[in-house]
Ligand binder design. Structure first.
Ligand code: NAG
Ligand code: NAG
Ligand code: NAG
Length: 370
């Protein structure tokens, strides 16, 4: 079922495989939840979903959206969950007095922004989709999309046109500005960044980080390396923030900030900002050198380790506690997605064994041939 060729509908064997797969999933769900009256495999779609999936449009009786929601239902943390358990057994505790108590649902937009089309879509069109072969861009984007599905957030993939005079990453400020009007929050991630805990809603992180109503934009700092003290520092020796993960909040200062940032290289409000049109770190440097000094009260800077870097990074302890950002070894972004998905998929299977559902376990008292 993972290798749907686009022309699949014409093949009767394929149709059979689809139906068989759907029936299996249905039975699987039935056994796992043992509550026929509540089986949520329907087309009711009374939910607030804004998603369309190819599977849903085909003659399949179940959509991937519903499967994902069902798989994550027993795992999802609440916005005020007292703690998150790490795989090694440690607890990350939520500080007292959380601000976001309710789910924000479609008030949150998960945003992907690319100037390149997905390479994996080409493979898919040819009937050659294979998880093992997709690149990190698809891996990261699938993580973001699935995260939106799990928590009922809106999702958009913007395929933007390149600037003629600026580096591609300059597309960020205008894209954020053009969508923030319709949302309370936009959560943006680069393709090489991923949610570490897909079952933990962004509301929980907003609580954990104490994002206040005045914070128009939240980013994590880049690492500071004593061996290269200037590499990630602005001209006032302040460490840059990284635009690979941003939480943008709809406040009265958000639009002015984004506009100032987008227009920065025009050298009108900020003299010599145009020097960052092409050189590293482009819009990120412009934000660090200029924009944040005019909007400091409305910007939340997280420590690098909270939402930047990945395990193994030693400088500044940037190990991606909640958001992983793989500056190098980008293929590892797929591992985060895989580990999350395998956890969700195998938990109902574990449940079957733990509760002997369907009497799959046979106990023998003595080892003799009857
Ligand atoms: C678990 O891992 C986290 C980093 O993800 C670390 O801070 C913590 O000390 C570890 N806990 C144990 C018990 O090893
Ligand atoms: C720059 O900032 C770092 C801390 O981020 C500090 O250790 C260093 O001494 C500063 N350098 C100068 C020249 O002020
Ligand atoms: C403008 O930027 C260029 C390139 O970094 C630099 O050489 C020049 O000194 C800057 N001019 C001013 C006035 O800061």
């Amino acid at each position: 079922m993972m290798m749907l060729p686009s022309t699949g509908g014409r093949n009767p064997l394929f149709a059979l495989a689809i139906s068989a797969g759907a029936v299996l999933v249905f039975i699987f769900g039935f056994l796992a939840w043992q509550s026929p009256s509540r089986i949520p495999f329907t087309h009711s779609s009374s939910s607030t979903s804004h998603f369309d999936t190819p599977l849903h449009e085909s003659n399949s009786p179940i959509s991937i959206n519903e499967i994902i929601r069902l798989l994550y239902a027993p795992l999802k943390a609440a916005p005020t969950e007292p703690f998150i358990r790490e795989p090694n057994g440690s607890h990350i505790e939520l500080p007292p007095n959380p601000r976001y108590k309710k789910k924000l649902g479609s008030e949150v937009l998960i945003l992907d922004l690319e100037t390149r089309p997905l390479k994996s879509s080409e493979d898919y069109e040819k009937g050659e989709y294979d998880w093992r072969n997709i690149n990190h861009v698809s891996g990261g984007i699938f993580n973001h999309y699935t995260y939106a599905l799990i928590h009922g957030y809106d999702y958009k993939f913007i395929h933007a046109t390149n600037f003629e005079d600026r580096h591609a990453t300059w597309i960020k400020p205008s894209a954020l500005a053009n969508h923030i009007r319709d949302y309370k929050f936009i959560v943006f991630l680069d393709a090489d960044a991923a949610f570490r805990f897909m079952h933990v809603p962004i509301e929980w992180m907003l609580n954990y980080w104490d994002i206040k109503p005045q914070h128009a934009i939240t980013m994590a700092k880049d690492p500071w390396d004593p061996k290269e003290p200037q590499y990630n520092s602005d001209r006032f020796n302040r460490t840059y923030t990284n635009t690979g993960f941003m939480v943008v909040q709809n406040t009265e200062n958000t639009m002015p900030l984004l506009k100032a940032w987008h227009e920065c290289p025009e050298d009108v409000r900020y003299a010599n900002c145009s020097q960052w049109k092409q050189p590293k770190f482009h819009e990120q440097s412009a934000f660090g050198e200029y924009i944040r000094y005019d909007y400091d009260n409305y910007i939340k800077e997280l420590d690098c380790g909270q939402a930047n870097g990945f395990p193994g990074v030693e400088i500044s302890n940037c190990q991606g506690k909640f958001i992983r950002h793989y500056w190098f070894e980008k293929h590892l972004v797929k591992v985060d997605y895989r580990e999350n998905m395998m956890n969700a998929i195998t938990m109902p299977i574990q449940k079957l064994f733990a509760e002997n559902i369907g009497h799959i376990i046979t106990k023998t008292e003595e080892n003799v041939i009857h």
